[in-house]
Design a protein around this ligand. Structure first.
Ligand code: FUB
Length: 492
């Protein structure tokens, strides 16, 4: 018993160190984004290409949304032309016309920190746009800076086009770009994402009741530049015509807060609402409790209506560090009621998914806690649903080249099973890395359409601790596998 406690303590310390490292890496990645009043960064919805790309670099780097930590970024994807020199270009192509009038371009220069220096700043560069089939320099350019370790901002006379090029003339070596933001409006791949912009929201959960879709989120209240989660309450939204548009959703404000749980102190993290067999609505939440020496717990609130008012359903945690075989971090509940009446709770983080069955009261455990099998590279944030007799588990993962550019980020993988208890078969990545380090899925079907709801750092002033909920269509293949979600963003 004592040895187990010591082992748990050691594990917790190791995991805490891993979290600290992840957060430190997050800090390293964050730099300020220039304020852009109405325009959005339409580069994110473009397809990149280039005159030449070194085989170990990628054009995807230029519009992946990753803020460069410096011009010699040895961690994130980069576009570079080594050993090619002379005139080189990188291009953004849109599916439909965009109207653009400014750009911020961050050069790749690997000479810093004693790097090899094969890729250096260009001697000069210019922006060209596709004009009736011809590449034409933009006019009225405010300047073409060639600074390292910073964005080089250019305003120019607005053009409507489907493609833009940064044409770089090499200087002392080959050339490259780490990130290119293009400010404007339009493009076929644009949407109203993020769908909530008056406050920062994270960790979406959906629930469809009759003709209404409900969206429940956490609220990020970190001040600008604050590098920590500040989360005290959960918000609710509803829509009778859900879409990736701000106007589709009605805000209902904070419908649950830490105050409801006398035993909880902080961290209103990820949650999910599920209707119980009694017809009432149970809001399962991640919170930092104060009833034991542990950290996060799962609590439950209950109400007669999805929008509340909610009250604590138990008076203490449903799952805590005292629960035998609980996860190293007891957060991110997803609850699933199977057709045979059984109720399953999955949760977990720090690579430790857990599953337990719930009693019909939704507030007590009906089985021992088990470790689900087959959730390959699970990190956290499970979301369970069923379609055509197949059970699906989407979850955040921070491992694998098909998933993330660095382990501080996460993609969403998914697995399927023929039984709600598993075993699960990993099927791949359904949502790629997003602009925030954390990634968190909710999946819903409404009116025959499937949606992936998630969060990003894309709202103005956003960041890893100031996230915003977004949603995009989810498509199934005939064999039940899921196509990778196309992330859209914009100002629609
Ligand atoms: O929002 C706090 C935590 O970040 C959530 O519980 C995780 O899923 C991650 O999104």
């Amino acid at each position: 018993m004592h040895r187990t406690a010591n082992r748990n303590l050691a594990l917790r310390r190791t995991l805490a160190a891993a979290l600290a490292a992840a957060l430190a890496w997050t800090l390293f990645q964050i730099t300020a984004t220039p304020a852009q009043a109405q325009a959005v960064n339409v580069a994110r919805s473009a397809t990149p290409s280039a005159s030449y790309t070194s085989s170990w670099e990628t054009t995807a780097a230029v519009n992946d949304g990753i803020e460069p930590p410096g011009s010699n970024d040895t961690v994130n994807p980069r576009w570079g032309t080594w050993p090619q020199t002379g005139t080189q270009w990188v291009q953004l192509t849109w599916a439909g016309p965009v109207t653009v009038s400014a750009s911020d371009l961050y050069f790749f220069d690997d000479s810093f920190n004693s790097g090899p220096g094969g890729v250096r700043l260009p001697s000069s560069w210019r922006i060209e746009y596709l004009n009736n089939g011809s590449w034409t320099p933009v006019t009225g350019a405010s300047g073409y800076g060639v600074n390292a370790n910073a964005y080089n901002h250019t305003d120019f006379t607005a053009v409507t086009t489907t493609a833009l090029r940064a044409v770089l003339q090499s200087g002392t070596a080959s050339v490259g770009v780490l990130e290119w933001k293009v400010w404007g409006q339009g493009s076929a791949a644009q949407s109203g994402n993020p769908i909530i912009r008056d406050i920062y929201t994270a960790d979406p959960a959906t629930l469809v009741v009759g003709d209404t879709a409900y969206l429940f989120t956490g609220r990020d209240e970190a001040a600008a530049g604050q590098q920590a989660f500040v989360m005290d309450e959960w918000h609710a939204y509803s829509s009778t015509a859900p879409a990736n548009s701000r106007s589709a959703w009605t805000a209902h404000g904070a419908r649950l807060s830490l105050d409801v749980f006398d035993w909880a102190g902080a961290n209103a993290w990820a949650s999910e609402v599920e209707q119980g067999p009694d017809g009432r609505y149970y809001w399962f939440v991640s919170v930092d409790g104060s009833t034991d020496n542990g950290w996060m717990n799962i609590g439950v609130a209950v109400a007669d209506h999805p929008l509340g008012p909610y009250e604590d359903a138990i008076g203490g945690p449903l799952i805590s560090d005292s629960t035998p075989n609980s996860s190293a971090l007891n957060i991110d509940p997803t609850v699933f009621r199977a057709a045979d009446g059984r109720i399953y709770l999955y949760w977990g983080s720090y690579w430790q998914p857990r599953m337990v069955r719930l009693n019909q009261d939704m507030t007590s455990l009906a089985s021992a806690v088990t470790t689900p099998q087959g959730l390959t590279d699970f990190w956290e944030a499970p979301w369970m649903f069923e379609r055509n007799g197949t059970y699906y588990m989407a979850y955040a993962s921070n491992a694998g080249a098909d998933c993330v550019t660095g382990s501080a980020y996460a993609c969403i993988r998914y697995a399927t099973a023929t039984d709600p208890a598993g075993p699960w078969t990993h099927r791949g990545v359904v949502l790629g890395q997003v602009t925030s380090t954390t990634n968190h899925p909710a999946i819903m079907q409404f009116d025959g359409q499937w949606w992936m709801v998630y969060h990003t750092a894309d709202a103005p002033g956003g960041g890893n601790f100031r996230r915003s909920v977004a949603m995009d269509r989810l498509y199934f293949n005939a064999d039940g596998t899921i196509q990778k979600v196309v992330q859209t963003r914009g100002a629609a």
